[in-house]
Design a protein around this ligand. Structure first.
Ligand code: VGL
Ligand code: ZN
Length: 212
């Protein structure tokens, strides 16, 4: 039997109000996430989450290179945006949002643990050099369809969705359950368009409920 999974991307304090890499309106994704968790629990869908989980000296941190946050460069041969220090392992900022109904999450997959490479996607690092355990776990559970929401639209949600499509999953994205960094103003819209162009189906939470 083909199963479905809800994949909650990086719903962490550092991406929400007051956090080190606060995404505008990041907190507003949590109500949508909780509503979707409830919906998926009733249906018997799997519920998984990713968690940005960096060592304190992570190479994506501007502080490690004496650069200003949000500048561009390269890290180990890959293009890299340098970020404020964020989601440091075991810090409060790395914790999942306190209002998120985490008790119903089956597994949390950490990412971004290797110092010299960033990992936006919940499936692979940015060089596709190493895989997290997510794909193997989903395959073990016979999951073929994903519902994705979380932070940030233009980074971790986008690359998670593109990898999921490339891995053969059917992917539904709940747009109002996502918010973007928008270093340039259209980044989130462009990210959604890219996901759709590669085969993802976009829904608002209200529209998605209508289809069920
Ligand atoms: C993210 C930038 C750096 C994300 C993670 O979760 O979208 N963005 N690390
Ligand atoms: Zn990060």
């Amino acid at each position: 039997m083909n199963r479905r999974a809800l994949l909650l991307v990086d719903l962490q304090n550092d991406f929400c109000a007051g956090g080190a890499l606060a995404v505008p309106e990041g907190d507003s994704t949590v109500d949508v996430a909780n509503a979707m968790i409830h919906w998926c629990l009733v249906r018997g869908d799997a519920i998984v989450a990713s968690q940005d989980w960096h060592p304190a000296n992570h190479g994506s941190f501007a502080s490690q290179h004496d650069l200003e946050p949000y500048t561009q460069g390269t890290l180990d041969g890959l293009p890299q945006t340098f970020w404020p220090d964020h989601c440091v392992q075991n810090s409060e900022g790395a914790a999942l949002h306190p209002m998120l109904n985490t008790q119903f999450i089956d597994v949390v997959f950490p990412k971004g643990e290797a110092v010299n490479i960033d990992s936006y996607s919940a499936f692979f690092d940015n060089g596709h050099r190493q895989k997290t355990g997510l794909d193997a776990w989903l395959k073990g559970e016979k999951v073929t369809e994903l519902i994705v929401l979380g932070l940030a639209t233009d980074y971790c949600v986008k690359f998670t969705v593109l990898d999921a499509l490339a891995l053969g999953y059917e992917v539904n994205v709940i747009t109002d359950g996502c918010r973007g960094v928008n270093l340039t103003p259209q980044d989130s819209v462009q990210a959604f368009m890219e996901m759709a162009a590669e085969g993802a189906t976009l829904y608002t939470f209200a529209d998605w409920q209508e289809t069920q």
